[in-house]
Design a protein around this ligand. Structure first.
Ligand code: PLP
Ligand code: SF4
Length: 326
């Protein structure tokens, strides 16, 4: 039987000891980080590890992926399920908040684990892969809900699936008469560009449009390998959207954000959303006050073409969905 998840041939760093051996954390930090790693999944791909400046504790790539003992402190306002997915989950793997579109989460594994992730209580290397029966139930649910026009594959990261499994899922959804388009949210093109193989690109060719929203937070993530991976998608005619999270110390000043948005445009990615950080547990060190985010957006307006500006959004509490920050 073919594996549903594409094999990890890389030397992804997954434990505090791995990180210490790679020189990304000090040896004496390892005992403290074990508690963090026990609670939240950790993974840094070689592509991302090689980008981190080991001499700089404030490196914007390192900040996103290297675990930190501050993650063990949950601030009073932080929530386990900050986007309130649970009350909008009609069955395993599906989140239905809007009448015309719904999420399908075929797995909860990611190429890297972002320290600020809003689903950090759920994502991880060995959780959440829908069984064949669960996937069939999800398909039946989409089949029965004729008001759904778009299915958004997320997770976890759907591009961790084997090309064959991904193609089967997309094909099944595209075959439903009421489904007009599909969308995939992914960090793979920047975090593990080698996964964007010819077979994977072929799996994206369907009878309905497949949009890809690429998650990237810093211009440096667009390495030559990432640029090539993104170009393979763009050359195959896949419309590309950019989504980012506003993160303190990573992209919260105008020049860093301008560089990120320009990198997206150079790579044929239309910046779509800039997310205000969701208050997931232990993420307070990344929080940027929304007034600062608004000032940043205002500063960028004159500096970039209008189409290079994303919409600055926040998730409203109690599952009210994404709303522009105003
Ligand atoms: C974010 C989200 C979507 C997609 O929203 P868009 O504004 O269309 O990008 C759809 N469903 C759920 C449950 C979501 O959280
Ligand atoms: S890739 Fe996305 S889902 Fe996975 S850890 Fe990062 S933010 Fe979370």
């Amino acid at each position: 039987m073919p594996q549903p998840i594409a094999q990890d041939q890389s030397r992804t760093l997954r434990s505090p000891q791995d990180l210490a051996r790679a020189g990304l954390v000090a040896l004496d930090a390892v005992p403290g980080l074990k508690a963090v790693a026990a609670r939240y999944a950790t993974a840094i791909t070689p592509a991302m590890a090689s980008l981190i400046n080991k001499e700089d504790p404030a490196d914007p790539i390192g900040l996103q992926y290297i675990p930190n003992v501050a993650e063990l402190i949950t601030a009073p306002h932080e929530l386990e399920d900050p986007t309130a997915d649970a009350p909008f989950t009609p069955l395993k793997g599906v989140v239905h908040r809007y009448p015309d579109r719904a999420l399908l989460k075929p797995l909860l594994a990611c190429p890297v684990y972002c320290r600020f992730c809003f689903r950090r209580e759920k994502v991880g290397p060995d959780g959440g892969l829908l069984s064949e029966a669960e996937l069939q139930e999800a398909f039946a649910w989409f089949e029965a809900n004729a008001a759904i026009r778009e299915v958004i594959l997320t997770g976890g990261d759907p591009l961790m699936l084997s090309a064959r499994r991904l193609g089967e899922i997309l094909g099944r959804l595209a075959g439903m008469a009421h489904i007009e388009s599909l969308r995939i949210h992914t960090r793979v093109p920047v975090a593990d560009p080698a996964r964007i193989t010819a077979a994977l690109v072929a799996a994206l060719r369907q009878t309905k449009p497949v949009f890809i929203a690429v998650h990237a937070n810093h211009a440096r993530e667009f390495t030559p390998d990432a640029a090539q991976a993104v170009a393979r998608l763009a050359d195959a005619g896949v419309p590309l959207l950019g989504q980012s999270v506003l993160l303190r110390g990573v992209n919260d000043d105008a020049s860093a954000m301008e560089a990120l948005l320009r990198a997206m445009i150079r790579n044929r990615i239309k910046p779509y959303y800039l997310h205000s950080l969701d208050a997931a547990p232990g993420t307070a060190r990344f929080q940027v006050p929304e007034v600062d985010g608004l000032a940043l957006m205002a500063a960028l307006r004159g500096r970039l073409p209008g189409h290079a500006l994303p919409l600055f959004v926040r998730e409203t509490p109690m599952g009210g969905g994404k709303k522009p920050v105003a």
